[in-house]
Design a protein around this ligand. Structure first.
Ligand code: ADP
Ligand code: MG
Length: 687
C-alpha cells in the first residue's frame, strides 16, 4: 500500500505554489528546478546588507549602502535623455541621487527640499561626485526599519525578479516538514544532532553566513553523499551475490601472448592481471573497472584477460566506442594471438552481411572466439554460446542505470571488465564507481619519455611552424587542435577550417581535417590516412578519437589552450608520446591569460600524471565541470563538494559498510531515498 507521507509534497511540481505561472515555471526549469525539493538547493548566494547606516564620507563605490541625508536641491534638465538629479547631503558630505526615466512630480513628492530621508542603493562615482542611481529604497525617517534589513540574494534566472523568487522559496520553507530522522545516533553526533529541517532552514536564513563547514551544511552534504552511495552499494551487493562457474585455465595462452609483444609488462600491469585472474577463477561474477591514464597500457591487460577466458573455453565480446578503435584492437589481437587456436573476429555496423552471417554461425559453436566490435556486438541477433567475458573499452560515460544493465549482460557466468582513461580523484571513486571493483594502472611503461610541454603566445606562431617543419622532416606526425567556439555552436568548427586552410598552404598534401559535423565515414577516412602516415598533420576540433593509438604522432599543438580545462588538456596531450620518441605538446594562447589559465598551464608543464592533474583540476574548478563527470550521472551534487568535504566522503565510505548489511535499507532510508530521487533505482536493483 502506498500512502503519501508528509514530506512527499516536496516532490510536487513547482507550479503547485502560489505565484508560479506558466512563464515562471519555464524559467525555473531552465535552472533544473522542477519540484519544491529542487528549489531548496538554490541557496542564497549572498546577502544584501542594508542594515548599517553609513555617513556620506564613508560611502564605498560599487557597494549597496544605506544612508540618511537631507534633500538640498532638485536639478530637472529640460533636455530629453538627461537624468534628473537630486542633491543631498549629511553632516559629512554630499551625495547625488540620479533618476533615469522618472517623472518630475514623483521626484519632488518623495524627495521634498529640506526633508531628511533614508536612501538605499548601489553607490557609484561620476564627475567627481558620489551618486546613487535609481535607488532601491527612499523612505521617510520613521520607516527606517523597513529598509535596514539583510535580504538573501539568490542567483536568479533571467526573467524572475528577486521578489518573486523569494516569495516562492518562502512558501516552501514555511511548509517544510519535520521528517523522522534517518541517521543513527552515532552518525548524528558528527553534526551536533542537527536535523534535516533545521539544517535547511539555517542555510536559507539571512542571519547565517553559509559556511561550508557548519554542522548544518555538513549534515546535508552527508545526506546527499549517502543517497548516492546507497544506490551503488545495493548494486554492488546484488552483483556480489551472483554465483558463477569458475573459469579454469593454466595461463598457457597468456604466456604465448606475452612473448608476442615486443615489450615487457610493467609490475603494475602484472599485478592487475593477477587480480583479474583471481576474479575469473572465483565463484563470483567479476564487475571490475580498469582505470589508467591515456597510454598506460590497458589494452594489453584486457587482451590477456580475454586470452585466459578463451583458454577456459569461453567466448569474449570486446566492445569499443568506435569502428576505427575496434578495428585497431582487432588487428592487434590478430597479431598477438597468432599461432593459437582462438578465433579473432570483428563485427561492426559496417560489416558485410556475409561476414555477419559467418560470425553468427561461428558464435553458435563451442570453440573459443574473441569478437571485437562496436555496439553491434549486442544486437538481438547476435547470440553467444557460452559468453565468458565482456570487455568494454573507453567507457567513462556510463551512468548507474547503464551499469546495472551491463552487470546483467551475458548472464551469471559472464565476467565484466570496463576500461576508462579518465582519471578520477580519489575522493570520487566510490561515489562514481562504488558498485565496482577498481584496478588502477599508476605506472607507465618505463621507456616512455615525459611529454615536453611548452606554452607559446599566438604571435609566436612562426616558431611553432618551424618546429613542425623539422618534426615532419624527421618523419613525425602532428595533431593540431582548435577548440570549439562555444558561443555559437553552429560555427564551432570554423577555427579548425581556417587553420586547415592556412596549414595546407604551408604543407601541401600533408594536412587533413576532422570536425564534429563530418559524416562518420569521412571522419574515419581522414583518421585512417593519418594512422597510415599518408598525411602528417591532423587538424581537428576536440574530437580526436578517444583511445586510438597513433604511435607515430609526436607533437600536439593546442590552440586557445586557455579555453580547455586541465583534465581535457591532459587527455589531449595523451594522444602523443606513445612511442619511445620524444613527445611534445605546445599550448598556444592569446595574450592576457587569466590567473587560473596560467595555473592550469603551469600544472600541465609540471606533471604528466593524470591522477594528480585530476585532483588539481577538481580544486581549480569544482568537479562538476570536469571531463566526463557530466555524463556520469552524478554531476548534480546539490551541496557536496569533493574538495571541501573530502572527510565526509570518507565518513560515508566507512559507514556504508555497516549500513549495507542492514537488509531494511529501503525502509530505514525511505524519505532520504525518495527525496533525493534514488528510491526508484534502488527498487529496480532489488527487484
Ligand atoms: P591505453 O591505456 O590508453 O588504452 P594502450 O593499451 O593503447 O593504452 O597502450 C599504449 C601503448 O603502449 C601501446 O602502443 C602499447 O603497445 C604500449 N604498451 C603497453 N604496455 C606496455 C609495456 N608494458 N611496455 C611498453 N609498451 C607498452
Ligand atoms: Mg585504450
Amino acid at each position: 500500500m502506498s500512502h503519501t507521507k508528509s514530506y512527499e509534497f516536496l516532490l510536487n511540481d513547482i507550479s503547485t505554489l502560489k505565484g508560479v505561472g506558466k512563464k515562471t515555471k519555464q524559467l525555473l526549469r531552465k535552472k533544473n528546478i522542477k519540484t519544491l525539493f529542487d528549489i531548496l538547493w538554490h541557496l542564497p548566494q549572498a546577502f544584501t546588507d542594508r542594515s548599517n547606516l553609513v555617513k556620506a564620507n564613508k560611502l564605498e563605490i560599487g557597494k549597496i549602502c544605506t544612508i540618511k541625508v537631507q534633500v538640498l536641491k532638485h536639478n530637472i534638465p529640460r533636455i530629453r535623455n538627461l537624468p534628473n538629479t537630486v542633491k543631498c547631503e549629511d553632516a559629512t558630505g554630499k551625495l547625488d541621487i540620479v533618476f533615469f526615466n522618472s517623472r518630475e512630480g514623483y521626484i519632488k513628492k518623495i524627495l521634498p527640499i529640506n526633508k531628511w530621508v533614508i536612501i538605499s542603493g548601489k553607490v557609484n562615482f561620476y564627475n567627481k561626485k558620489y551618486q546613487i542611481t535609481n535607488p532601491d529604497y527612499i523612505v521617510p525617517l520613521d520607516k527606517e526599519e523597513f529598509v535596514k534589513k539583510v535580504i538573501p540574494k539568490y542567483s536568479l534566472t533571467e526573467g524572475i525578479t528577486e521578489k518573486i523568487y523569494r516569495n516562492i522559496i518562502e512558501q516552501v520553507l514555511r511548509k517544510l516538514p519535520s521528517i523522522p530522522e534517518w541517521h543513527n545516533q552515532n552518525i548524528l553526533k558528527y553534526f551536533n544532532n542537527k536535523s534535516w529541517k533545521e539544517s535547511i532552514l539555517h542555510l536559507h536564513n539571512h542571519k547565517n553566513k553559509n559556511n561550508l563547514r557548519s554542522n548544518f551544511f555538513k549534515r546535508l552534504v552527508y545526506d546527499e553523499i549517502l543517497s548516492h552511495f546507497l544506490v551503488l552499494s545495493q548494486l554492488r551487493i546484488k552483483i556480489k551475490k551472483i554465483k558463477k562457474i569458475k573459469k579454469v585455465f593454466n595461463n598457457k595462452l597468456e604466456k604465448i601472448l606475452t612473448k608476442n609483444f615486443n615489450f615487457f609488462l610493467t609490475k603494475n600491469q602484472i599485478e592487475i592481471i593477477k587480480e583479474i585472474n583471481k576474479d575469473l577463477s572465483s565463484h563470483s561474477k567479476m564487475f571490475r573497472l580498469l582505470q589508467g591514464d591515456v597510454g598506460s597500457g590497458k589494452t594489453i591487460v584486457s587482451l590477456i584477460a580475454a586470452a585466459n577466458v578463451a583458454e577456459a573455453g569461453y567466448k569474449v565480446a570486446f566492445m569499443a566506442p568506435t569502428e576505427i578503435l575496434s578495428n585497431q584492437h582487432y588487428l592487434l589481437a590478430k597479431k598477438i594471438f597468432k599461432g593459437t587456436n582462438v578465433g579473432i573476429e570483428l563485427l561492426t555496423g559496417k560489416s558485410l552481411s556475409v561476414d555477419k552471417k559467418k560470425i553468427i554461425s561461428l558464435l553458435k559453436k563451442k570453440n573459443s572466439i574473441i569478437l571485437f566490435g562496436t555496439h553491434a556486438l549486442f544486437q538481438k541477433k547476435i547470440e553467444y554460446n557460452n559468453l565468458g567475458l565482456i570487455v568494454i573499452d573507453e567507457q567513462h560515460k556510463f551512468g548507474v542505470k547503464q551499469r546495472m544493465e551491463l552487470s546483467n549482460k551475458g548472464g551469471d557466468n559472464c565476467d565484466i571488465l570496463v576500461m576508462s582513461a579518465t582519471p578520477i580523484p580519489r575522493t570520487l571513486i566510490m561515489t562514481i564507481y562504488g558498485d565496482m571493483d577498481v584496478s588502477k594502472i599508476t605506472e607507465k611503461p618505463s621507456y616512455r619519455k615525459k611529454i615536453k610541454t611548452f606554452s607559446k603566445p599566438e604571435f609566436k606562431l612562426n616558431e611553432v611552424i618551424n618546429f613542425i617543419k623539422t618534426e615532419i622532416n624527421n618523419n613525425n606526425q602532428v595533431f593540431w587542435v582548435c577548440p570549439l567556439i562555444e558561443e555559437s555552436k553552429i560555427l564551432n568548427y570554423e577555427a579548425a577550417v581556417k587553420k586547415y586552410d592556412f596549414l595546407k598552404n604551408l604543407f601541401p598534401k600533408k594536412v587533413g581535417l576532422i570536425h564534429g559535423s563530418l559524416q562518420k565515414e569521412e571522419k574515419d577516412d581522414v583518421l585512417k590516412k593519418f594512422l597510415l602516415n599518408k598525411i602528417q598533420i591532423l587538424v581537428s576540433t576536440t574530437v580526436i578519437e578517444v583511445g586510438i593509438d597513433f604511435p607515430n604522432a609526436n607533437v600536439i599543438v593546442i590552440e586557445n589552450s586557455n579555453k580547455f580545462g586541465l583534465s581535457q588538456l591532459h587527455q589531449l596531450r595523451g594522444r602523443v608520446g606513445r612511442s619511445n620518441r620524444q613527445g611534445t605538446c605546445i599550448l598556444l594562447y592569446k595574450k592576457g591569460l587569466s590567473e587560473n589559465a596560467k595555473k592550469r598551464i603551469n600544472i600541465l608543464k609540471s606533471t604528466n600524471n593524470g591522477f594528480e592533474i585530476a585532483e588539481e583540476d577538481m580544486k581549480l574548478r569544482g568537479f562538476g565541470d570536469m571531463l566526463g563527470y557530466k555524463q556520469s550521472g552524478i554531476k548534480d551534487f546539490k551541496l557536496a563538494d569533493p574538495v571541501h568535504h573530502e572527510d565526509l566522503f570518507e565518513l560515508v565510505k566507512q559507514n556504508i559498510k555497516q549500513i549495507e548489511n542492514n537488509i531494511a535499507i529501503e525502509q530505514k532510508y525511505e524519505p532520504l531515498l525518495k527525496l533525493y530521487d534514488q528510491a526508484d533505482i534502488i527498487n529496480e536493483i532489488n527487484s
